[in-house]
Design a protein around this ligand. Structure first.
Ligand code: ZN
Ligand code: ZN
Length: 389
């Protein structure tokens, strides 16, 4: 699950933004407002701003989206950042900058993770990103190819895309319904480099593709989406897990992650590339060393089959089973939206400034569901669903 972004939409997406605004008014919206953001401005800041100024943050950037979220207004995020925007910058500064954005925007982001409003994250092609995905093509061809790819992953190329989505949502929801009835006490993961047991709290709720916001509106939070996901118990994760894809942590590419958990907490962490960025991320706060999300994605998902590396979590997390360090979603617990932060934490819900998904799935991954009386039942075999519904 990709949460609403704390960054604004790129100017090069203005044509798309205008289409969306028109469609929103036609659907009955009373006011459509846009938060623009310019990545080049970030690079200019990194090049010229005083080195001790990276914890500065303009307060209005929080105030306005926060007001909208408090009203329960719909929020649409276009997730399409340049994956290596900050890769050449001083990691200390990048860390301060990112920490500041997530900390300052936290009151708004919390509304996303508790479904105060209906929200959706989509994507759109852009040159800087397309060139990373298709480096051998000319700029023009890379951009066209990226649009085609996004359409394909989002089922826009189906004869009847809306019917295809309804079908897909129904399928995902049957899986979550089955897992919700099972109420496993834990999941046991095995794969090369992975032997991990993750506790599931009592009353955990498997979600997929469709949620109901506090304002009563049903919504699909991510396009595309292939995952069935729930919350982890923040105090129960034990064992070792190895990532199977590169993690793009706000512009820094972290590779070959191996993490060991004890009693829910990361006690050891390694990466073959950008290990210090991984360690800093884990050290963000108390909750960033614990898990917030557990997601199951079959290895045969269209995004996985494409074999492409998107360098964007909205796509990459839908190619693979994943777990997220940091914040849990309150809607992943029955009645969770009504709980205070303290009550949620007491039931195993993790809280943190971050929520970072990393990919652990492959065609070699098996998952067993562990029942409350300790029996193991197959959930996933060789990366595919192992139960029929
Ligand atoms: Zn997530
Ligand atoms: Zn997810």
């Amino acid at each position: 699950m990709r949460a609403p972004s704390p960054y604004g939409v790129a100017f090069e997406h203005a044509p798309l933004v205008r289409y969306v605004a028109e469609a929103a008014y036609k659907a009955g919206a009373r006011l459509v407002d846009v938060f623009w953001g310019d990545e080049q401005m970030e690079l200019i800041r990194f090049a010229h701003a005083p080195r001790d100024s990276f914890a500065e943050f303009p307060k209005w950037k929080l105030a306005i989206p926060l007001e909208y979220a408090e009203h329960g207004d719909a929020i649409l995020t276009i997730s399409a950042t340049d994956p290596s925007l900050l890769s050449g910058q001083d990691p200390e500064l990048v860390n301060t900058y990112q920490d500041t954005v997530w900390k300052e925007m936290n009151p708004y982001l919390k509304h996303g993770s508790s479904n105060s409003m209906n929200w959706c994250v989509i994507s759109a092609a852009r040159l800087s990103w397309a060139k990373k995905m298709f480096p051998k093509l000319t700029a023009e061809k890379a951009l066209a190819k990226q649009w085609q790819t996004i359409f394909k992953m989002c089922r826009v190329d189906a004869d009847d895309p809306v019917a295809a989505w309804k079908d897909h949502i129904r399928n995902l929801q049957t899986r979550s319904k089955y897992l919700n009835q099972k109420q496993y006490s834990a999941l046991h993961y095995t794969a090369p480099g992975t032997d991990l047991t993750l506790g599931l709290p009592k009353g955990h709720h498997w979600a997929s593709a469709r949620e109901v916001a506090k304002n009563g509106i049903e919504f699909t939070a991510n396009l595309p989406t292939e995952e069935t996901f729930t919350m982890a118990d923040r105090t129960r994760a034990d064992g070792i897990v190895t990532s199977t894809k590169t993690l793009n942590y706000s512009g820094t590419l972290i590779e070959g992650i191996v993490v060991r958990f004890e009693n829910g907490r990361v006690v050891e962490s390694h990466a073959s590339k950008n290990e210090s960025a991984l360690r800093k991320m884990i050290a963000t706060d108390e909750g960033s060393a614990r898990l917030g999300e557990i997601a199951i994605v079959p290895h045969s998902s269209p995004i996985s089959k494409s074999g492409l590396m998107f360098h964007n979590t909205l796509f990459d997390e839908n190619a693979s089973c994943h777990i997220a360090l940091g914040r849990a979603y309150k809607f992943n617990m029955q009645g969770g939206l009504e709980l205070t932060d303290e009550e949620f934490a007491a039931r195993g819900g993790n809280q943190s400034l971050i929520h970072v998904d990393f990919m652990i799935g492959s065609d070699k991954m098996d998952i067993d569901g562990i029942t409350s009386d300790g029996r193991a039942e197959p959930v996933l075999r060789k990366g595919e669903w192992a139960f029929s519904v």
